[in-house]
Write a protein that binds this ligand. Structure first.
Ligand SMILES: *[C@@H]1O[C@H](CO)[C@@H](O)[C@H](O)[C@H]1NC(C)=O
Ligand SMILES: *[C@@H]1O[C@H](CO)[C@@H](O)[C@H](O)[C@H]1NC(C)=O
Length: 225
């Protein structure tokens, strides 16, 4: 019983603090807010302007062609086709988006995070080995996924997939953000613009500085479209 008062106070403080947590997509205040790239003809909401509802058409909510296989002839052997508010404007303020993932045999979607979303990945074709790592201390969770299997990558945790089958693999992912964002770990660390000071990385990764400089000279391929 003695604990309940501080507990309630904590809950009340959390409730007060919540409106200031801007990391999550806000709930929609209207049926839709189709994104329009013109501030003079819209209302500013969450980074995108709303199109005049009278001008909204069904095609604002429609995007064909997600069944078409994507090219995986790049060094990673994978291709991520993102469907976000940027190419499907009807997603604006709706807290959801998706992606098609194509993998050649041995193709990899390298370790990355989505800073604004949890991901649910479903295998449509082929066999993937997928995993994610918790925040510190870093536990690794992995699973072999076959057609029809689903895995959850919790909010913003580092995760990856590799095609371990002998055929191409295809997956469909959903995200609880209209714009989940992507941070590919190797690209961000070794391929930023400008580069992170090599002394920082030498000490941080406990490697020879030549190795860091070698890594910084590589082309860090972006498989996201
Ligand atoms: C939106 O407008 C800005 C400023 O005019 C322009 O730079 C940008 O390319 C536009 N984006 C799209 C997707 O049309
Ligand atoms: C992904 O596939 C599309 C369509 O096949 C292609 O235009 C694009 O260059 C590919 N992207 C990568 C990163 O390979």
């Amino acid at each position: 019983m003695m604990r309940s008062v501080p507990y309630l106070v904590t809950l009340a403080l959390l409730a007060l603090a919540f409106p200031f947590a801007s990391a999550f997509d806000p709930s929609a205040l209207q049926d839709f807010c189709v994104a329009v790239n013109d501030s003079s003809s819209g209302v500013f909401v969450n980074g995108k302007f709303c199109k005049d509802p009278n001008l909204v058409r069904v095609d604002d909510f429609f995007l064909p062609g997600l069944d078409i296989p994507r090219s995986t002839s790049n060094p990673l052997g994978s291709n991520v086709t993102r469907i976000t508010v940027d190419n499907l404007p009807g997603l604006n303020t709706l807290d959801i988006s998706l992606a098609r993932l194509d993998f050649a045999p041995n193709g990899v979607n390298p370790p990355h995070t989505h800073p604004r979303a949890t991901e649910v990945l479903q295998v449509l074709e082929g066999t993937l080995y997928a995993g994610f790592v918790t925040s510190n201390p870093n536990r690794l969770f992995t699973k072999i996924l076959h057609k029809g299997d689903v895995i959850v990558f919790p909010f913003s945790l580092i995760h990856f997939e590799i095609n371990i089958g002998e055929t191409n693999a295809v997956a469909l992912s959903r995200f609880n953000s209209q714009n989940p964002g992507v941070i590919t770990i190797a690209n961000a660390v070794f391929g930023s613009d400008p580069l992170i000071n090599a002394d920082v990385l030498t000490k941080a990764f406990q490697l020879d500085k030549n190795v860091i400089e070698y890594l910084q000279k590589q082309i860090w391929w972006n498989n996201n479209n």
